[in-house]
Ligand binder design. Structure first.
Ligand code: COS
Length: 386
């Protein structure tokens, strides 16, 4: 399908594909096993200017948007979505600074993030606040010119590796969600430490850790937007970032489809390549159709965000749901096409199937996405009736 990419977008996509082929694919299985963070790949992505693609040009970026970020994430994820996540999660952590940072905050952080010198992370989730993001307990008590942060954030991607964290905390707990705020916290702030690295089913090359705050005092100048806007900042950030998860899922699905097609041509049974059997052909046809539909929806969502569409929650959630469900189906079918070999670690599809699962869970489970979509439909219907 022709998505009418500009020359710049084609260049970004090709460059990311080349890095995926040459630098990521050869180490994907090894890092999946060891869980080592892919700093060498991060360095290559930085040297190739790929962290710049979604940052405004005034702050050292190339002035693209979510669409360009999605093109990169998709291509990197074809080879390894765990490694790609070091890039994508930094994007998630950068979005609130782009959307809500003041001039001083943008000047301080964005040029270094754009250069790939440092990574960002986003800290919302807690042990008791997953789908129910409004139930956070971490507090940031105003005290003179500072906030004093106490609490623990859970399962934070890039935790311990990133240098800058956007943390959602209650500055006025009595007001509940309306008393939440987003605060930028540097990694080396006294009172800020990290839990152990989590041992995960998939995306094992990515780092997932707790963020632990014990009387962590940060200056009030680190507040993003205004006090009380924390939940809104988080929701607006997730509206923008969810097509990023969709493109990660899309990359995994495309990678698995590529493997299944190649294998079906090479594997002979009953005197023929298995690609000659209709049972396999129909599976490949369905996988390819789903992947293309996921791509069309993901690109449409990212382009709507970049075009400044006001209400992107629903489209963004649709892209995330559809692409992640597609990734799960397509990787499962790819394992089936490869049969016993697909189940073995010598072939990459079993890893892809493990990696795909998280895309149905994080940045809002697919059940939450469906709720966002349905509530959006109902609200629109009520509006149209008035
Ligand atoms: N954009 C702007 N405002 C939004 C919004 C959005 N996308 N979503 C909610 N809001 C606003 C609502 O309009 C409401 O404002 P008012 O009180 O002024 O009316 C406020 O935020 C609270 O909204 P709501 O009552 O819908 O909040 P809920 O607590 O019911 O939660 C969901 C809404 C479930 C959608 C939210 O908690 C969510 O997205 N959960 C998943 C969290 C997630 O993705 N976690 C992953 C970890 S981050 S990597």
């Amino acid at each position: 399908m022709n998505y009418f990419l500009t020359d710049d977008q084609k260049m970004i996509k090709d460059l990311a594909a080349q890095i995926a082929r040459e630098k990521i694919a050869p180490i994907a299985a090894e890092l999946d096993e060891s869980g080592e963070f892919p700093w060498d790949v991060v360095k290559t992505l930085a040297q190739s200017d790929l962290f710049r693609v979604f940052v405004p040009s005034e702050y050292g970026g190339l002035g693209g948007g979510m669409f360009e970020m999605c093109l990169v994430v998709e291509e990197l994820s074809r080879a390894c979505s765990g490694i790609a996540l070091a890039y994508a999660a930094s994007g998630l952590g950068t979005i609130p600074i782009i959307l809500f940072g003041n001039e001083e905050q943008k000047k301080k952080y964005l040029p270094r993030l754009a250069a790939g010198e440092i990574l960002a992370a986003f800290g919302l989730t807690e042990s008791g606040a997953g789908s129910d993001a409004a139930a956070i307990k971490t507090t940031a008590k105003p005290d003179g010119d500072s906030y004093v942060i106490n609490g623990t954030k859970q399962w934070i991607t890039n935790g311990g590796e990133a240098s800058i964290y956007t943390v959602v905390a209650l500055t006025d707990p009595v007001r509940g969600v309306r008393g939440s705020s987003t605060i930028l916290v540097d990694k080396d702030h006294p009172g800020f430490t990290f839990g152990k690295k989590e041992n995960k089913m998939g995306i094992r090359a990515s780092a997932t850790r707790e963020l632990v705050f014990q009387d962590c005092r940060v200056p009030k100048t680190n507040l993003l937007a205004k006090e009380g806007m924390g939940f809104l900042v988080a929701m607006k950030t997730l509206d923008q970032s969810r097509p990023g998860v969709a493109s990660q899922a899309l990359g995994i699905a495309q990678g698995a489809l590529d493997q299944a097609i190649r294998y079906s041509r090479e594997r002979h049974q009953f005197g023929k390549p298995i690609s000659a059997f209709q049972g396999i052909q129909f599976m490949l046809a369905d996988m390819a159709t789903q992947v293309e539909a996921a791509r069309a929806l993901t690109y449409a969502a990212a382009r709507s965000i970049d075009a400044g569409e006001k209400d992107v929650s629903r489209l963004s959630a649709m892209a995330k749901v559809f692409a992640s469900d597609t990734a799960m189906r397509v990787t499962t079918d790819a394992v089936q096409v490869l049969g016993g070999y697909g189940y073995m670690k010598e072939y990459p599809v079993e890893k892809m199937m493990r990696d795909a699962k998280i895309t149905q869970i994080y940045e809002g489970t697919n059940q939450i996405q469906r709720e966002v979509i349905a509530l959006g439909l109902i609200k629109e219907s009520v509006r149209n009736q008035k």
